[in-house]
Each structure stands twice: as structure tokens, then as C-alpha cells.
Design a protein around this ligand. Structure first.
Ligand SMILES: Nc1ncnc2c1ncn2[C@@H]1O[C@H](COP(=O)(O)OP(=O)(O)OP(=O)(O)O)[C@@H](O)[C@H]1O
Ligand SMILES: [Mg+2]
Length: 228
């Protein structure tokens, strides 16, 4: 595989919830290290696309390949292992574990791979420093601001060295200044580590941090050039 090959490639995805099609023949691909913004109206299928790409939900038809492997051909256990080792996730409201400190939250994905506590927390601290939130490392998520919480969530998504980071409106709950700072830190870290980012956002200012923008409309993907 060369770097020009897609890392993740989806073709002809269909997914319906009852009579409503959420995806209606969506195609998508992202290359190693590429940051792609996924835009489009509410209800157009952005989150559903993200969840299919990440192997969280199974499409009714169509294929998703991660490198040479087709996600639907894998067992649930294989898909979970792939998600843990290759993918990172950031959601709109952080979704940190409330009972754990920020350091413990960031260390958690490493602990789940079997890493010892001391080493995992050392790496977690390094990421919290990099995201400029090491001052709250002993705080629980309920004791930090929204912007700090999202930086912790970015650290948690990147700590395992994922090849793809999936971010579903990661700045949706932040003011514009905090949102831009989180995007700057996320895209800098992704470029440094070579991770690709699939970023769902409503905001043009956030999408401006991407290398490429696509638009989802009625469950189908159009690139920005086609939409204009
Ligand atoms: N679990 C579900 N059960 C039933 N319908 C669903 C479910 N998830 C999504 N849908 C429907 O599928 C369509 C696409 O939803 P999706 O969440 O992918 O949209 P979205 O583009 O992410 O929207 P938003 O910008 O509001 O987050 C919508 O019509 C939605 O109501
Ligand atoms: Mg959504």
C-alpha cells in the first residue's frame, strides 16, 4: 500500500431506520494523514456515515474497507480490537468517564490494551501537557470547563496512536475561540502523528481546518466542488 491509497474506503452505503433512509448510496474515502470535514444539514446522515466507517453500526448494504480488510467480514471481536488499536473517537460532549480523573480518562484506552498503570498515566500526562490541560489532570470531568474537557477528549482519542480519528461535532458545544483552539490542537497533533481525521461539523470555520470538505445530503456524499 502506498500513501496515495485510501486508508478507509466506503462504497454504496445504504442504511435505513424503518422506512427512513439515513444513508442512500454513500461513497467516501480518506487517505493516510488527511483531514476531511463532513458537512451537511441536520438529519442528512453524517453521524450514520461516521458510525458505519468506524464499524460501530453495520450498513444494510455497501462495503467499508479499512486498508485491505472489509469491516462486515470481521467478527464483532475483531472489529472491537480494530477500533481500540487503530481508531480514536471524539464526541460533541466529551463523554469522559465522570468517576475518573482527566489523567485516568486519557490513560483508559491504553489500560484497555493491557498497558500497566504507571506507563499509561505517564503517556496520558504527556498528551495532557501537549493539549495544554495538564493543570487539570487530577480533576474529574465535572470539575473542568467545556473547552478543557474537549482537550482531554482529544488527548484520549490520540493517546493510542490511532490511524484514524473520528470526531462528531467536537466543537459543537464550545464558543468559537475555544472551538478554534481545539481544532488547531487536534489538527496539529494529527499532522504530527500522521493520523487521518474524519470530522463532522456544521461550522465553516471549523471545516476550514480540514484538507478537504465533503457534503452529505439526503444520505449521499457530494464533494464540495460538486455542491457549488
Ligand atoms: N437510531 C436511530 N433510529 C431511528 N432513526 C435514526 C437513528 N439514527 C439516525 N436516525 C435517522 O437517520 C437520519 C440521519 O441521521 P444522522 O444522525 O446520521 O444525521 P446527522 O446528519 O448526523 O444529523 P445532525 O447534524 O442533526 O447530527 C435522520 O433522519 C435520523 O432521524
Ligand atoms: Mg449527527
Amino acid at each position: 500500500m502506498t500513501t496515495a491509497d485510501p486508508l478507509l474506503n466506503a462504497a454504496g452505503l445504504h442504511k435505513s431506520y424503518g422506512p427512513t433512509p439515513a444513508l442512500d448510496g454513500a461513497d467516501f474515502s480518506v487517505r493516510p494523514g488527511e483531514v476531511v470535514a463532513v458537512m451537511g444539514p441536520s438529519g442528512s446522515g453524517k453521524s450514520t456515515l461516521l458510525h458505519c466507517l468506524a464499524g460501530i453500526i453495520r450498513p444494510d448494504s455497501g462495503t467499508v474497507h479499512y486498508r485491505e480488510r472489509e469491516l462486515s467480514a470481521m467478527s464483532d471481536a475483531e472489529r472491537s480490537a480494530l477500533r481500540r488499536s487503530e481508531f480514536g473517537f471524539i464526541f460533541q460532549f466529551g463523554q469522559l468517564v465522570p468517576e475518573l480523573t482527566c489523567t485516568e480518562n486519557v490513560a483508559l484506552p491504553l489500560r484497555l490494551t493491557g498497558m500497566g498503570r504507571r506507563e499509561a498515566e505517564k503517556r496520558a500526562t504527556g498528551w495532557l501537557e501537549r493539549l495544554e490541560v495538564d493543570d487539570v489532570r487530577h480533576h474529574r470531568p465535572g470539575q473542568v470547563s467545556g473547552g478543557q474537557g474537549q482537550r482531554v477528549a482529544v488527548a484520549r482519542a490520540l493517546v493510542t496512536g490511532p490511524r484514524v480519528v473520528f470526531a462528531d461535532e467536537p466543537t459543537g458545544a464550545l464558543d468559537s475561540l475555544n472551538g478554534e483552539r481545539v481544532m488547531q490542537l487536534l489538527t496539529d497533533a494529527a499532522h504530527d502523528t500522521g493520523a487521518a481525521v474524519v470530522l463532522v461539523t456544521h461550522e465553516a470555520r471549523v471545516a476550514a481546518y480540514s484538507d478537504r470538505e465533503i457534503v452529505v445530503r439526503d444520505g449521499r456524499v457530494r464533494d464540495m466542488a460538486g455542491a457549488l
